[in-house]
Design a protein around this ligand. Structure first.
Ligand SMILES: Nc1ncnc2c1ncn2[C@@H]1O[C@H](COP(=O)(O)OP(=O)(O)OP(=O)(O)O)[C@@H](O)[C@H]1O
Length: 376
């Protein structure tokens, strides 16, 4: 992918409020703080996010002369995590991968904001870091060089001399996943916005089926049940969000999208001083209590469900399978809670357990339905 006027330049240390590049054509001073934004792209698998992100990046480079980077999580998935052709990675693996990518992104942001070169953060997985670097290089955002015989990664001139938008392309189906990105934007006072690509389930299934390596349809069904769309009324941090139809008229959608991105760039999130450590401690205490309560309540729910199933005279072997499935579901839910993927656990001080239980009951009903329909 090429930038419109692609001269690359060496990057030198930044100064308060601005930074300089020792580029071939002379020094450029920019006030980076008001011109750096993160955009979270979310939606169901095969909704068309990557296609949209590529087109958006091209348009912004051509029409607005911005530097744009698309971080497609699929492209950086380590080989140890299956990519959907067969088994799915466990939620804990996904969470670790997402968080590692955010650390890499932070490393890039620090280089852009403060000046300097990029090197892998401590304890990073080499394959993920290499794929991240390759992704940035392919988009002419960084380049490799040798400084005093040491290989290093330097920022391209375009990155420091123009507004820079980074588009994160993944499903981001829980708001807690998006909130992690928001926290990063807040930490560095960046622009932040969210684009939800709305696409009917049937269209996603159709598009998915036409891909060379389709996901199992069940995965898309499941995500459709779980997805938490941006909800600006409920979450003030999601106020800069836009829902676009994946089949919308491109011109109309593009005007709205540009407006969203400009608003984000011009209104970076204010970094509020807070007692982060204390908040994290509170969160852990809160999560532990909730996990314990959730475990107890889910056990009781399963036991009650099994009693009702027995009363319905479901055959013994089916009862056994039903119990196994419900226990697996419980384990998945608890793991999900433990990983902080549930919205209430992740960033609120109090947790409404009834939401968790009600969500579990929805999933339980789908499971139970199978056994009842076998019965009748
Ligand atoms: N607007 C569109 N009209 C028709 N087909 C489309 C459209 N957008 C994307 N597609 C097709 O749908 C398929 C999925 O698109 P894409 O890979 O962009 O989806 P995605 O949301 O990024 O998927 P995933 O989350 O699984 O990576 C591709 O084959 C693509 O060509």
């Amino acid at each position: 992918m090429r930038m419109r006027s692609g001269g690359k330049g060496l990057f030198s240390a930044g100064r308060s409020g601005g930074m300089k590049t020792a580029a071939g054509s002379g020094e450029v001073t920019v006030d980076r703080r008001s011109k750096l934004g993160l955009c979270v792209l979310c939606g169901l698998p095969a909704a068309g996010k990557s296609t949209f992100a590529r087109a958006l990046a091209l348009r912004l480079r051509q029409e607005r002369d911005w530097a744009v980077g698309v971080l497609s999580y699929d492209d950086m998935l380590p080989p140890a995590l299956p990519d959907g052709a067969g088994t799915q990675p466990r939620p804990s693996q996904w969470k670790m991968f997402r968080q590692e990518l955010l650390k890499h992104l932070e490393c890039f942001l620090v280089a852009v904001i403060g000046g300097g070169q990029m090197s892998a953060p401590p304890n990073s997985t080499e394959a993920v870091w290499e794929d991240f670097i390759t992704c940035l290089k392919k988009q002419d955002l960084i380049f490799s060089a040798a400084l005093e015989a040491q290989p290093c990664h330097l920022l391209a001139k375009t990155v420091v001399s123009r507004p820079l938008f980074l588009v994160l392309d993944d499903n981001f189906y829980y708001q807690s996943m998006r909130y992690e990105v928001y926290q990063l934007a807040r930490k560095y006072s960046l622009g932040f916005c969210q684009l939800f690509l709305d696409c009917p389930l049937e269209t996603c299934l159709l598009r998915n089926g036409q891909r060379p390596q389709p996901l199992p349809n069940e995965t898309i069904h499941l995500m459709e049940r779980k997805i938490e769309k941006p909800n600006p009324e409920k979450n003030s941090w999601e106020h800069n969000s836009l829902m676009i139809q994946s089949t919308a008229c491109p011109v109309e959608a593009s005007l709205e999208v540009t407006d969203l991105l400009l608003t984000a760039l011009e209104n970076p999130i204010k970094c509020v001083e807070d007692n982060t450590e204390q908040k994290e401690t509170d969160r852990i205490i809160c999560s532990t209590n909730i996990l314990h309560k959730a475990d107890e309540t889910l056990r009781r729910t399963i036991s009650q469900t099994m009693k009702e199933a027995k009363d319905e005279q479901i055959p013994l072997n089916n009862l056994k399978r039903l119990a196994e499935e419900l226990n697996r579901l419980k384990a998945d839910f608890l793991e999900d809670l433990r990983q902080g993927n549930r919205k209430y656990l992740c960033f609120q001080q109090t947790t409404d357990l009834s939401d968790v239980i009600s969500s579990f009951c929805d999933e339980r009903d789908t499971v139970v339905q199978k056994y009842f329909s076998k019965q009748h």
